[in-house]
Every structure is written in C-alpha cells, then in structure tokens.
Design a protein around this ligand. Structure first.
Ligand SMILES: NC(=O)c1ccc[n+]([C@@H]2O[C@H](COP(=O)([O-])OP(=O)(O)OC[C@H]3O[C@@H](n4cnc5c(N)ncnc54)[C@H](OP(=O)(O)O)[C@@H]3O)[C@@H](O)[C@H]2O)c1
Length: 300
C-alpha cells in the first residue's frame, strides 16, 4: 500500500473509527452518521483515473470511458465551466465520484501543486492519462516564442513531472496504468509545426522507454498516437494546412475508445487508424528527406 494511500486512509479512517460524536445515541443521527461513514469508505476504496485536458476533445471522451469503467475521475484543465458540465454528465450517467482540478499545467510547479492537492484529498490515482497538449503552426521563426515555451512546458515538462509523481505510488502498490497521449506526428519531422512534432516525438520515446523499464512492475505505460481527430486542436494550433490536407478525420470518441482499450490490453504503442499505421509502416521504406518533404507539404 502506497504512502499516499496510507495518508489518505489515515485522514479518513480517523473520522471513521475515531470517537463517535455527541448525539450518536439518537437513531436518526446514527443512521445519517453511518451513511456518511460509508461514503467516506467508498471514497477511499474507489479507484481513480486522472485525466488532464478533460475539458474537450479526446480527454473529455477518455474521462467518460473511465467513468463507465467504474473509476472515480479527476478532471483537469483550465476551463472550469467545461469541467463542471462534464462532471454533471458523469454524475447523471454513472455511479462514480468526480473531482475537478482547475489548473494551468504549463505553469511552473503546477504538476506538484496538483499532486499535493490530490494527496490532501486522499485521492489515490490508479490511472494517469497525460492528454493535455496543444500545437503551434507556422514558419518556426515567426511563431510566438511565449506560446512555444508554454507548449513545451505542457506537452513535455508537465507530462514528465506528473508521471514521476504518480508513478512512485503506483510502483509501491504494484499496479497502475499511464497513458501518454503522443501522436502520429511523433514518428516524423514536422516542418511548419516543427516544435509540436518534436514534443510528440519526445512523448512517444519517453513512453516507450519507460514502458520497457517498468516491465514486470505491474505498472503499464501506453503511448496513444492519434492521427487527425476532429477536436478543438486545429483552432488552437491554427493548423489550417494540416486540417485541409486531411478532410474528415476521426471522432474524439473513436480515438479515446481505441486508446482506452489498448491501454487496458497493456499495449505499449497504440496508433489509431489503419491509414496512419500504414503511413508509418511505409515510411520505413523511404528516405528521411522524402518523409520531411511530404510532411512539410501536408502541414503547409
Ligand atoms: N486532434 C488531433 O488531431 C490530435 C492528433 C494527435 C494528437 N493529439 C493530441 O491529443 C491531445 C488532446 O488534444 P485534443 O485533440 O483533444 O485537443 P483539444 O480539444 O484542444 O483538447 C486539449 C485539452 O488540453 C487542455 N489544455 C490545454 N492547455 C492546457 C493547460 N495549459 N493546462 C491544462 N490543460 C490544458 C484543454 O483544456 P483547457 O483549454 O480548458 O485548458 C483541453 O481540455 C493533445 O495532447 C494533442 O496533442 C491530437
């Protein structure tokens, strides 16, 4: 049993087995009190999934899938209203708890703040989904340097720090799942979205290396690699070139379902879509220069 779970248990069991409050002799009071105790016990024995970037797109769908699977869900993003809407939908549909954390994960120390907040609540995370991320498109030298910094801080730094923090508890419990949302982009050099592609190459390689290191520990890492998916991503990244190159794209639900199933099957790299898998496979037989040019044409 992990340290964090012990701290949570200690906090809550103190309330459960501690001295009964005054008024306990009254039958009605006793009933209400015992129901509250039961709620506390349910809370601490619940398995939790934490999903970053749950306010829209793939993360929102992953949160719904986690709830459908019986996990309590920790919903993390910046837009509180969107998280509250989702929490209400989950409350209406499923018998699980939700917990909202409104936080900018690109901000300094945000992963530690989030981790401490959940430890304080006694929430033990069994499934960590590092999904929050965004892209930035354009000629590299013309892109906004501040936005670029935020993208690296979110797509790489927060993801890495959250993994380290939650992994420790998972290892001590010998159980856990970590989904790192990478991208098909992670397999290629991506001119005109250069830094975004590079962040996803990091996520993919980080996830694969970690998965190998954790073999036999009971903790499983899955790199989900979506292709073009209809979400807010393209508006945020202003990636019109990429959007035009791929008319259509998958729905966020399709991608999330594929990723959630792959993670549970303990798959290390899960590339969504036959065309994407074929594209990656065929790229082995062409030169890097050809791949560079082809992706540049797609992104422009
Ligand atoms: N859509 C695609 O075609 C595609 C393809 C491959 C990979 N991906 C990856 O899939 C993941 C999810 O993207 P999506 O397509 O679902 O896009 P999306 O609809 O734009 O969702 C992005 C999520 O990240 C959250 N987020 C953004 N900045 C944040 C910050 N600083 N702190 C905390 N949360 C933040 C957003 O919420 P708030 O704005 O409320 O913070 C939102 O919930 C990303 O990692 C993306 O790179 C997407």
């Amino acid at each position: 049993m992990g340290k964090v779970r012990l701290v949570g248990l200690w906090r809550h069991l103190g309330k459960v087995v501690g001295l009964r409050p005054r008024g306990f002799e009254s039958r009605t009071f006793r009933r209400v009190y015992l129901m509250m105790e039961l709620d506390v016990v349910r809370f601490i024995s619940m398995n939790w999934a934490l999903i970053t970037g749950a306010s829209s797109g793939i993360g929102r769908e992953l949160a719904l899938l986690a709830a459908a699977d019986g996990y309590g869900v920790v919903l993390v993003a910046i837009r509180e209203g969107k998280l509250q809407e989702l929490a209400k939908e989950i409350d209406d549909k499923f018998e699980v708890k939700t917990h909202i954390e409104t936080i900018d994960l690109a901000a300094m120390n945000s992963a530690d703040v989030l981790f401490d907040s959940l430890a304080h609540e006694g929430i033990v995370v069994d499934v960590l989904v590092n999904n929050a991320g965004f892209g930035l498109s354009g000629n590299y030298i013309e892109t906004d340097a501040k936005r670029e910094r935020q993208m690296i801080d979110l797509n790489i730094s927060a993801l890495t720090r959250l993994t380290r923090l939650f992994l420790l508890g998972m290892l001590s419990r010998q159980h856990g799942y970590i989904m790192q949302v990478a991208s098909v982009a992670g397999f290629f050099p991506g001119a005109f979205m250069t830094v975004y592609y590079a962040t996803k190459a990091y996520v993919l390689n980080y996830a694969e290396g970690l998965a190998r290191e954790l073999k036999g520990t009971g903790v499983h890492v899955c790199a989900l690699c979506p292709g073009v998916t209809k979400t807010e991503f393209f508006d945020v990244a202003q990636a019109d070139g990429l959007r035009k190159s791929f008319k259509g794209g998958s729905t966020a639900h399709e991608v999330a379902q594929f990723g959630w199933d792959a993670m549970k099957r303990k798959k290390v790299v899960a590339v969504h879509g036959f065309r994407n898998r074929l594209f990656i496979f065929l790229s082995r037989f062409v030169s890097r220069a050809f791949a560079r040019s082809r992706v540049a044409d797609i992104n422009k």
